[in-house]
Design a protein around this ligand. Sequence first.
Ligand SMILES: NC(=O)c1ccc[n+]([C@@H]2O[C@H](COP(=O)([O-])OP(=O)(O)OC[C@H]3O[C@@H](n4cnc5c(N)ncnc54)[C@H](OP(=O)(O)O)[C@@H]3O)[C@@H](O)[C@H]2O)c1
Ligand SMILES: [Zn+2]
Ligand SMILES: [Zn+2]
Length: 350
Amino acid sequence: MSSENNNFTAWAGVENGKPLTQVELTLKQWDENTIEMDVTHCGICGSDVHTLDENWGPTDYPCVVGHEIVGVVTRVGKNVTNLKVGDRAGVGAQSGACHECEPCLEGQENMCQGGIVYTYSSRWPCGDKSYGGYADKWRGDYRFAFKVPDNMTSEIAATFFCAGITTYAPLKRSNIIPGKSVVGVMGIGGLGHFGVQFAKALGAKVVGISQNDSKREIALELGCDDYINASDEASMAKYNSGLTHIICTGTSPDFQWHTYFALLKVNGHFINVSAPEWQFPGMSAFTLLSKQIKIYGSGIGSPKEIEEMLAFAAEKDVKPWITTYKMSDVNKAIEDFRAGKPRFRFVLEN
Ligand SMILES: NC(=O)c1ccc[n+]([C@@H]2O[C@H](COP(=O)([O-])OP(=O)(O)OC[C@H]3O[C@@H](n4cnc5c(N)ncnc54)[C@H](OP(=O)(O)O)[C@@H]3O)[C@@H](O)[C@H]2O)c1
Ligand SMILES: [Zn+2]
Ligand SMILES: [Zn+2]
């Protein structure tokens, strides 16, 4: 089966503040590294909303967001080695890299410094715009498309490609010791709910840290061993110097380092994966010195880490909690996402 049709239909952001609109656009030019698929599912990530709202800078409209994409492959270029027509494939937030810079050569393509292509709001080396998965088709580089394991449904698989990998990769790299590490997960949303499950699966005790008490019951049901209501002093004080790691998936503009460093043990890790539109605040040198805290960030994950995550998730039965919406109900899904309703991820279905 092959398709010579270069057009596709998408739900695109056309202007800041306007609902997504169904439009016809042109797929990237074909080359022999390219695969094309019929999109069946696409998760809704916080980054989609940041982009539509121009939180990180001007958006080049029309913009088709969506980077938790699963579909059925309909066409493959001659160089494609990992997928064939009829396979189910998944694509995350990255669709291309230079394959020549130091991070790329070391297998950290997600840190490519020579020309990273994001799945949307970015440009392919040929100059074409990249478009995400709120659409009927996706076309892009096979090196960032992954075969969906046979034992995973497509709607379950989709959210691993951004929310899953963004939490799996840093937790896997951060020296979690089974039975000893105590991981706080800040923000129990799409990323956070994967963070809870991956930290548990890596053998840690897990404490959910949320803005208020509204998610207490569901966080425990999700697998948290305990729960901190960050707006309650007594709840925070219970974990004074109690955590070895914090993975931060969400903060408010009044975030202060010392409030959360108080929760960390000496030599603790503060891992940030959140991407708010505001700046993190400053801190006194002593805030940093006094517990030898390691602060670091992490962006998505490499192709190798994505493959590793899919195998690890299958082995440990890590599964997202999702609600599906019809693709044509995307505007309602985004409205509900903005209202903080996901428990814990929304997936659009064609
Ligand atoms: N590093 C990366 O590569 C990467 C990849 C994907 C996404 N991201 C970024 O990660 C962030 C989370 O994405 P997501 O898809 O998980 O979003 P999400 O489902 O909305 O979850 C974010 C969570 O953060 C907490 N939160 C939200 N607003 C807050 C506020 N004003 N104050 C305190 N806490 C707040 C909430 O948790 P509680 O209700 O439990 O407090 C919320 O559920 C976004 O900024 C996104 O752009 C980064
Ligand atoms: Zn994302
Ligand atoms: Zn590179």
